[in-house]
Every structure is written in structure tokens, then in C-alpha cells.
Design a protein. Structure first.
Length: 293
């Protein structure tokens, strides 16, 4: 079977759209349509329902998805084991925005020096999105900064812990407060969007320990959340690595409230073979993380 048919099928299922799949694969839509028809003919089953609002998997299509991924994984394994022992190829890594911005650039640079044939694409993603991306095969590797348990068949490979700080501008009234949950709930917060493990955990604790519902603004950018805190508009919960410069230069102050470190872990799909390329990436990221500490 032509594995291009399987790649096209999985692209359509990811996007639930023939048009979006064509854009991802750099094909014309008619080619995508003809490949899906060829695959359905080869398998003797209708895999997708073409609906006005997109393409939806049929029952047969649902059953075919995992098998298609297994075949493509086997093809990838065959190529890597036959062509060269040297890690090579492209891997998409889904990780929290702060990890992409502050932890991974050095690791990617080191990987490029050690393994020039490896290309890493970084996609900022929250915990749930990372789990889903690895499950669907959109991410070859994931990273989460969270205590969440991985859904089966995913597994977590611990890397280390990331210190988390509760911060405010030096002149903010919170810096004179007694650090209790009720007093903390009286202030405004600028946090990363839902799906950010350490932010979500802080909000749960805040709401659990205080009758007051705090005012919370969520951002997709760690820079925006930190800038609002620096401007004195409220408090923020940030990885230490993301606010170290602001703390050093007294634009922010760390409040003496116990914040547990957030565990950093790789997300892997146990159904899939771990290629030498993925192993090289995980090893380089782990080494870079511990070197920076």
C-alpha cells in the first residue's frame, strides 16, 4: 500500500477538512480527494463522511486511524534503521510556552551542533493539547510542566522540576500583606491561559482556600502576563526562569508564599517506537535542562 495515502488520511482526520489537509501537505485538494478515494477502495470501506461543515470519521475510519499510524511508524523505523545510525529527520515538539521560550532554544542549538541532520519544530501547547497532539501523532514528542497524569497509552518521562514564583511589582500593595489565601484572593491576577498546569493549580488552590472569587485575566503570552505584573496591575504566577531578569533588576518582587516546584516531563506514546532521533532529542533537552540549573 502507498503510505502517502495513509499520511493524507491522517492529515484529513486531524483537520476534519480536505482543504486544510491539502494546505498542510502542500497538495491541491483534488489530489487529497483522489488519495482518500483510493484508500477507501483498497480497504473496501468508507472512512470519511463528507459533510457541509467538514469531514468526519466513520466507524471504519475510527478503526483505521491507529492502524494507519502503526504502519507509518513501522515505515519510519525501517528508514531510520536502514539508512543510517545517525539521528536525522524532523520532529515536532509540543511544550508549554515558557519552556519553548526559555528552556528549549539552548537545547535545540546543542542538538543542531551534535546532530546536524535533526530538525526540531517547537509548538507552544498546554497540557491537554500536548497529550492530544502526541496521541494523534501531530507531536513526535511532548513536554508538560504539570502534575497531571498521562492518559493511556501515553507515559511520562521525568526531566526535573521548574521553580515557580508568585510575583508582583515592588510597590504593589500585596508586598505588604500577610501571605494568606484570603488576602491573596483580594488582588487581581494575570496568568497564562487555561491549560497551563501551574497557573491552573494556583487558581484551584486560591478558590479552594478563600470565599472570595479573585479577579483573574488569562493571557496566551507569558510576556503579557509578566508585563502586567511589572506595571503594578496585579500579581502573576510564573516560572522562575521567565521572570529571573525582572527579579534581578527589581521590576518584580517574589512574594514569600510557598509555591511548589512544577515537574517537567516528556510525554511519549507507548504504542510507538522511539526512534534514535527522538532519543537524541530527549537526551539533549534533559542534559540542557540540568546544565542550566
Amino acid at each position: 500500500m502507498d503510505t502517502d495515502l495513509l499520511r493524507t488520511f491522517l492529515a484529513v482526520t486531524r483537520h476534519e477538512s480536505f482543504t486544510a489537509a491539502a494546505a498542510e501537505l502542500n497538495l491541491v485538494q483534488s489530489t487529497v480527494t483522489s488519495r482518500i478515494k483510493a484508500l477507501e477502495k483498497a480497504l473496501g470501506a468508507r472512512l470519511l463522511d463528507r459533510l457541509p461543515d467538514g469531514a468526519r470519521l466513520t466507524d471504519a475510519g475510527q478503526r483505521a486511524v491507529d492502524h494507519a499510524r502503526t504502519v507509518l511508524d513501522a515505515e519510519h523505523r525501517l528508514i531510520e534503521n536502514t539508512a543510517s545510525a545517525e539521528p536525522a529527520g524532523e520532529v515536532v515538539v509540543g511544550a508549554p510556552e515558557s519552556v519553548c521560550a526559555y528552556r528549549l532554544p539552548k537545547a535545540v542549538a546543542a542538538l543542531r551542533r551534535q546532530h546536524p541532520g535533526v530538525t526540531v519544530h517547537l509548538i507552544p501547547s498546554g497540557t491537554r493539547e500536548t497529550f492530544q497532539g502526541v496521541l494523534e501523532g501531530r507531536f513526535g514528542l511532548g513536554l508538560i510542566l504539570d502534575r497531571a497524569a498521562a492518559p493511556r497509552p501515553l507515559s511520562l518521562l521525568p526531566v526535573g522540576t521548574e521553580p515557580i514564583e508568585l510575583v508582583a511589582a515592588p510597590e504593589h500593595p500585596s508586598t505588604r500583606d500577610e501571605m494568606t489565601w484570603p488576602t491573596l484572593a483580594e488582588h487581581s491576577y494575570f496568568l497564562l491561559e487555561e491549560g497551563c498546569g501551574y497557573s491552573d493549580e494556583f487558581v484551584r488552590e486560591l478558590e479552594r482556600h478563600s470565599p472570595i472569587r479573585p479577579q483573574i485575566t488569562r493571557f496566551g503570552s507569558i510576556e503579557a502576563a509578566r508585563s502586567c505584573a511589572e506595571a503594578g496591575l496585579g500579581l502573576s504566577v510564573l516560572p522562575q526562569v521567565a521572570c529571573a531578569d525582572a527579579l534581578r533588576n527589581h521590576r518584580l518582587r517574589a512574594l514569600p508564599h510557598a509555591r511548589p516546584d512544577a515537574p517537567l516531563a516528556f510525554v511519549l506514546d507507548e504504542r510507538r517506537w522511539r526512534s534514535p532521533t527522538v532519543d537524541a532529542i530527549t537526551a539533549t533537552i534533559a542534559e540542557s535542562f540540568h546544565t542550566d540549573r
